[in-house]
Design a protein around this ligand. Structure first.
Ligand SMILES: Nc1ncnc2c1ncn2[C@@H]1O[C@H](COP(=O)(O)OP(=O)(O)OP(=O)(O)O)[C@@H](O)[C@H]1O
Ligand SMILES: [Mg+2]
Length: 259
């Protein structure tokens, strides 16, 4: 079943007079329980696409259908319900978690915001969420500054999972982590998908990761999708010179094998 259907989506940011679209006539679908990777060079429009899909940025034109409903026209209670159902994980867990908030509060905050859990039970829920991402409950009362990058990203994942979303936009979620920790976090994301059937829109520069976790791939260049295919098809038979360049930049084994 299709969870997310994006059709001819465009967005131009106007800085001064000169402007070219950040996202230009972009179309793709994400199936339930599946992962679509968005790849491409810096400035290609990957993060903007993720933000448009989450309604964090308003599109200029195009259609976004989520669970069969027109996302761009959602208002009020329907929009709030969408905000529970779609979450985001960012590249830098150091800046995505409030440094002055204890880990349990940060993890449970979406539950509080959406009124999904009585106050008195928030800490217990946070403990269960930490456990589900492989973090010990001894971290509950700590502040983000004393956690490692990998621990923080796990906490950010726990926070994203708190509302039991069906879509998570992951924007370079392991790019800031050590290679050994990257593999662990990727495996956690894969386990979560297996267990919960969550869909990922997965933004990355790393084609080795794409091969490991994506069902399909959209290659972006200057705001446009220049190639879009099932992962195995794209790797076996890239159609665009640009895609071949990206593929040729994949580091040789053993790094790819370790992930
Ligand atoms: N809030 C904004 N205001 C103005 N311009 C923006 C804004 N966000 C993105 N842009 C511009 O839109 C284009 C696409 O940016 P975007 O961040 O989506 O690229 P990206 O593919 O995620 O790049 P990277 O790999 O570096 O993260 C860029 O030219 C960028 O400068
Ligand atoms: Mg980006």
């Amino acid at each position: 079943m299709t969870l997310l259907d994006v059709h001819s989506l465009s967005k131009t940011f106007t800085h001064g007079s000169a402007s070219r679209p950040a996202v230009d006539d972009v179309s793709f679908t994400v199936g339930e329980g599946e992962t679509l990777a968005l790849v491409g060079e810096s400035g290609a429009g990957k993060s903007t696409t993720g933000r448009l899909v989450l309604r964090l940025t308003d599109a200029d034109s195009g259609e976004i259908t989520f669970r069969g409903r027109d996302l761009r026209s959602l208002r009020g209670a329907d929009l709030r319900s969408f905000r529970r159902d779609a979450q985001m994980i960012f590249q830098d867990p150091f800046s995505s978690l409030n440094p002055r908030m204890r880990i349990w509060k940060a993890v449970a905050e979406p539950l509080l915001v959406h009124g999904l859990c009585p106050r008195g039970e928030l800490k217990d829920r946070a403990a269960a969420l930490l456990d589900s991402v492989g973090l010990g409950t001894h971290l509950l009362d700590r502040y983000p500054t004393v956690l490692s990058g990998g621990q923080l990203q796990r906490a950010a994942i726990a926070r994203a999972l708190s509302t039991d979303p069906s879509l998570i936009v992951c924007d370079e979620p392991v790019a800031a982590l050590d290679v050994s920790v990257q593999a662990q976090v990727i495996n956690l994301l894969l386990d979560i998908q297996q267990e919960r059937g969550v869909s990922y829109l997965f933004v990355t520069h790393d084609l080795a990761l794409v091969e490991k976790l994506a069902h399909s791939v959209a290659v972006m260049q200057s705001g446009r999708i220049v190639e879009y295919a099932a992962t195995d098809v794209l790797f076996a038979d890239p159609q665009q010179e640009y895609t071949r360049t990206l593929l040729s930049a994949i580091p040789e084994l053993p790094e790819a094998a370790a992930v």
